[in-house]
Design a protein around this ligand. Structure first.
Ligand code: ADP
Ligand code: MG
Length: 737
């Protein structure tokens, strides 16, 4: 941060406020007047409304509006005096207790808090002998509570003002923050803030001017006041982020190869000899991508399509445009297993035009296709590296090792990043630095990202969604198996043997590799990576299954992240061929693995996985003509987050719906990283799920603005706000992707 003082960064709070400034900084990271003005109420209390006790979180400082239902005073055994109140929310009761050395003080407190009054308390609810209790809460009048006494209209309006409730911390109750804000707000009358929102946008969409909005969000006279203000700040937040992202896109040089459709080229020929008919949705996506490739503005596209929607062939046709244009199509997958698989899938799709390893089987014209993995024999690796160096028109499939500084991309035309939505901005930047101009970039993901999230977190990529599924897919049914239910457990293995007898394959997925070990990869389960004896693991599971009578005579394979690349390849090959039709694996099979004969998956300790991960896993089955059966084993108690997640999982196979549910089940603040919540610089009032329309509008407005004024010369305030608001923390997030 620059620390420079401009009108938009505000003044250091210490200059304006007393001791409170230090507290606000310490508890909430609020340092300047502007930070404070943008510290918005968490909610508003409307007259007559009480805080419902069951919604309180134990142990967390909170504001509670409650009516005093009962009050008593007594002397404790230790000789102190105690005031104990019974608070009511209209339905439930809670105790509030105060101690003092002198009876006098307790009497005074008691006179301050009389039965029948409604007050604002701030404290940490705890459980004491099974009762909800506030111990020594601070308290405050709810402003103008004696509405009944107010006879004239003006007083009534005054009394109906919604009361802002700010996030509270110990020693910093909501009313302290409120008073501090009032001081700063009053100063705005003499020194109004310049508005970062361009006037034309504000007027066109009817948003409040900034000073009015600040007044109304902190000191609303009516509900309509703060609602209008929140609307404006929601938009502002989306807009500032979108302008920052639009600027990023703008920075890309227009130096990409122009890849036109070549009549009679490989794109055309391969497309017409595919083993299946492209779906309408695939054709739409291909046409869309085709248009982008014809421009010298590098394509930066995120193609999202649910698991199994058929993205691979779409990317193949894009890469062939590069080959037809004398360039290379480069395909990157996250793991070696996937590189192997895609190499063979792409080779198959190329059909008679494939020249694997650069060799032509028929001597005719074709598309050389190379692979690059660490386990490759030296000779083949050299051929691939040579091909990369010469830049001859070809397809190259590899891991992200292709991005390392040692590998030379001399003529990339189209770069495809598969199943890697975590592919960061920095890695993308690396692609831009090729001698031959910036390649077109196609990032593909089956982890469904709600549009609003995609627009914020992946905002420098354009978005294209591949809808639908190739025809002939059968349904995958999902059932939950209670781990405690022995009958169901053995029925599972009976069912597995039936699948295998019918010539199909069965996955068994475990969260861990060894007993007592941590999860393989990044399981998103509740307890993160903590060590628990009882997590289902590959090695125990294999020996248990080997002694299952139902599985007698069935060969069991193993696949996990600690195996060597060769062993992994072999395990996949044996599974595909049917030599080991039952594969016990970790989440290494999570993305992209495509074995059409796989019809059944058993996920052990399924509550250890997040919804997105479960969805990915399930996407490995039911890919062929046969349907699928997914059994999720879990011992999760009903009504826990884990249990609700699994419930949702059994109810739909629609990845987009699951993503939305996931978002709802978590706090949406978590999407942008843990450190976002409650910090002065984070997403404040934008709700990624609910505000999609706002984000979408802001994105369009931002695009227009940056197109008209790329350097933001006519929007200095906005520029300053962007550099202030897109703090280093968020910068880093953007880079991590
Ligand atoms: P994903 O989008 O998950 O990467 P894939 O590209 O692996 O999906 O496609 C899933 C399966 O569907 C593959 O076996 C692929 O060959 C097949 N497929 C793709 N497109 C079609 C189509 N139009 N008709 C029939 N099958 C298709
Ligand atoms: Mg795929």
């Amino acid at each position: 941060m620059s620390g420079q003082e401009t009108p938009v960064t505000g003044e250091p709070l210490k200059k304006v406020l007393g001791r409170v400034a230090g507290k606000l900084d310490k508890k909430f990271g609020i340092q300047t007047t502007l930070d404070l003005l943008y510290f918005f109420p968490r909610r508003y209390h409307e007259l007559g409304e009480l805080t419902s006790f069951p919604q309180l979180t134990l142990g967390e400082e909170q504001s509670v509006i409650a009516q005093i239902a009962d009050s008593s005073r007594r002397r404790t055994r230790g000789g102190k005096w105690m005031l104990s109140l019974q608070l009511s929310d209209g339905e439930n009761l809670m105790d509030a207790v105060f101690w003092a050395k002198s009876q006098h003080l307790i009497n005074w407190m008691s006179s301050q808090m009389q039965v029948g009054q409604t007050k604002l308390f701030s404290g940490r609810p705890s459980l004491y002998r099974g009762h909800l209790q506030l111990s020594h809460p601070s308290y405050q009048e709810v402003s103008d509570e004696n509405l009944d006494a107010a006879s004239n209209q003006a007083a009534k309006v005054q009394a109906q003002r919604p009361e802002p409730i700010y996030p509270a911390k110990a020693g910093l109750p909501t009313w302290t923050t409120q008073k501090a804000i009032a001081v700063v707000l009053d100063q705005l009358k003499f020194a109004p803030l310049p508005d970062p929102l361009p006037e034309n946008i504000r007027k066109a969409q009817g948003y409040l001017e900034i000073n009015t909005a600040l007044e109304q969000i902190h000191r609303p006279r009516t509900r309509a006041d703060y609602e209008a203000a929140r609307k404006r700040f929601r938009y502002e937040e989306a807009f500032v982020l979108q302008v920052a992202l639009a600027e990023r896109r703008q920075e890309l040089a227009a130096d990409a190869p122009i890849l036109k459709e070549v009549p009679g080229g490989f794109t055309e020929r391969v497309a017409s000899s595919l083993p299946f008919v492209l779906t309408d949705f695939q054709q739409l996506a291909i046409a869309d991508i085709g248009r982008r490739l014809e421009s010298s503005n590098p394509m930066n596209l995120l193609l999202q399509g649910d698991v199994g929607s058929g993205k691979t062939v779409v990317s193949l046709l894009a890469m062939l445009r590069a080959v037809d244009g004398g360039r290379q199509g480069i395909f990157m997958a996250p793991t070696e297993v996937l590189v192997q698989q895609h190499f063979s899938t792409l080779t198959k799709l190329l059909g008679e035009y494939a020249q694997p390893g650069g060799f032509s089987s028929r001597g005719g014209e074709g598309v050389p296709i190379y692979r690059l993995t660490s386990s490759l024999p030296a000779a083949e690796k050299h051929r691939t590296l040579d091909a990369l160096k010469t830049g001859q028109p070809a397809l190259i499939v590899g891991t992200h090792a292709l991005l390392s500084q040692r590998v030379m991309l001399s003529s990339p035309g189209v770069v495809v990043i598969d199943e890697q939505h975590k592919f960061g901005v920095r890695q993308r930047d690396r692609l831009r630095q090729t001698e031959s101009g910036t390649p077109h970039l196609l990032v593909m993901t089956a982890t469904p990202i709600p549009r609003s999230v995609a627009m914020t977190s992946f905002g420098d990529l354009d978005l294209l969604t591949l809808k639908g599924m190739p025809p002939g897919r059968n349904k995958v049914e999902t059932f939950r198996v209670d781990t405690a239910n022995r009958t169901w457990r053995s029925r599972t293995w009976q069912r597995a043997s039936e699948e295998i007898a019918a010539g199909h394959r069965v996955f068994v997925v475990c969260p861990a590799i060894n007993p007592g070990s941590q999860s393989d990869g990044e399981a998103e389960g509740e307890e993160g990576g903590d060590v628990r004896e009882s997590i289902a693991n590959v090695s125990d599971t294999v020996s248990q299954l080997q002694s299952q009578p139902a599985l007698n005579g069935i060969e069991i394979g193993v696949l996990h992240g600690q195996m060597s690349a060769e062993d992994k390849d072999r395990a996949m090959a044996n599974f595909t061929s049917g030599k080991t039709p039952l594969l016990v694996a970790t989440t290494v099979i999570e993305v992209g693995v495509d074995v059409p004969q796989a019809t059944m998956m058993v996920i052990l300790d399924a509550d250890r996985f997040g919804l997105a991960q479960l969805h990915q896993l399930r996407g490995r089955i039911g890919r062929g003509r046969f349907g699928g059966l997914c059994l999720v084993w879990s011992g999760a108690q009903p009504d826990t987050l884990a249990s609700n997640r699994l419930q949702a999982f059994t109810e739909t196979t629609d990845g987009f719906r699951l993503a939305a549910i996931d978002l709802k089940l978590r706090e949406s603040g978590n999407i942008l990283g843990e450190s976002q919540s409650g910090r002065a610089s984070s997403l404040k009032i934008l709700d990624l799920l609910a505000d999609e329309a706002v984000i979408s509008q802001a994105r369009q407005d931002a695009k227009d603005l940056v197109r008209a004024d790329p350097e933001l010369e006519k929007h200095q305030i906005l520029r300053a706000v962007i550099s202030r608001r897109i703090s280093e923390e968020e910068q880093e997030f953007l880079e991590r992707g």
